[in-house]
Design a protein. Structure first.
Ligand code: GSH
Length: 212
């Protein structure tokens, strides 16, 4: 198995945590998102993944983009520590919380959005930061409220689920941008708990071979 990613990509970080929890061996292939105008735009990579985004997972003939689909694929091929509860309604609940992060917080703050704001709409650094903090705080406020009902040691009771796989990279990203995470005590406690575990530690951006 091969995972094309970037040390600081939060979508690739989600998949690294999943691989580590499942103990699936995988070669990590760096795609530098900034160097040379962004290697995600190079012909060879775009042939593999026409969205110009990381991650991409290659497992023999299987080529997958979209981290959520990749995580589900890994979950299905390896029964070890499932990323969802069995009950259908509880599973949907877990999916909805994970998507609150993956669809509502992450995409509006992505690199290409930041680049478009700066290059096409003339938004300065202060304006871009205001944008980022606004959308992150909007998302985390909703999530913190929802977690009051669902969390235990982790986002969903005491089970590590796909929500935690999305949360930890998103909070890493939020810290980079200086979001005041003390406003979100439930989220912060879960992050601290996850980040003590080997699967999460090994997936940390600074522990990757391409980290600079
Ligand atoms: N929904 C996609 C998002 C992928 C994505 O946005 N990847 C970012 C890094 S976290 C990327 O490749 N950005 C490159 C760019 O914006 O040019 C997923 O979950 O895989």
């Amino acid at each position: 198995m091969k995972l094309y990613g970037y040390w600081r990509s939060s979508a690739a970080y989600r998949v690294r945590i999943a691989l580590n929890l499942k103990k699936i061996a995988c070669e990590l292939i760096p795609v530098h998102l900034v160097k040379n105008g962004g290697e995600q735009h190079q012909e060879e990579y775009v042939e593999l993944n026409p969205t110009h985004l990381v991650p991409t997972l290659v497992d023999g003939e299987v080529v997958l983009n979209q981290s959520m689909a990749i995580i589900d694929y890994l979950d299905n091929i390896s029964p070890k520590s499932a990323f969802y509860p069995d009950d259908v309604a509880e599973k949907a609940l877990v999916q909805s919380l994970a998507l609150d992060i993956a669809c509502e917080i992450h995409p509006v703050n992505n690199l290409r959005i930041q680049q478009y704001l700066a290059n096409e709409l003339d938004v300065d650094d202060q304006g871009k930061l205001k944008w980022t903090l606004h959308w992150m705080n909007t998302g985390f406020t909703a999530l913190e409220t929802r977690l009051r009902k669902t969390s235990g040691n982790y986002c969903y009771k005491d089970q590590i689920t796909i929500i935690d796989l999305c949360l930890i990279p998103q909070v890493y990203n939020a810290n980079r941008f200086g979001v005041d995470m003390s406003q979100y005590p439930i989220i912060s406690a879960i992050v601290e708990r996850c980040n003590q575990q080997p699967a999460f530690i090994a997936a940390l951006p600074e522990n990757q071979g391409d980290a600079q």
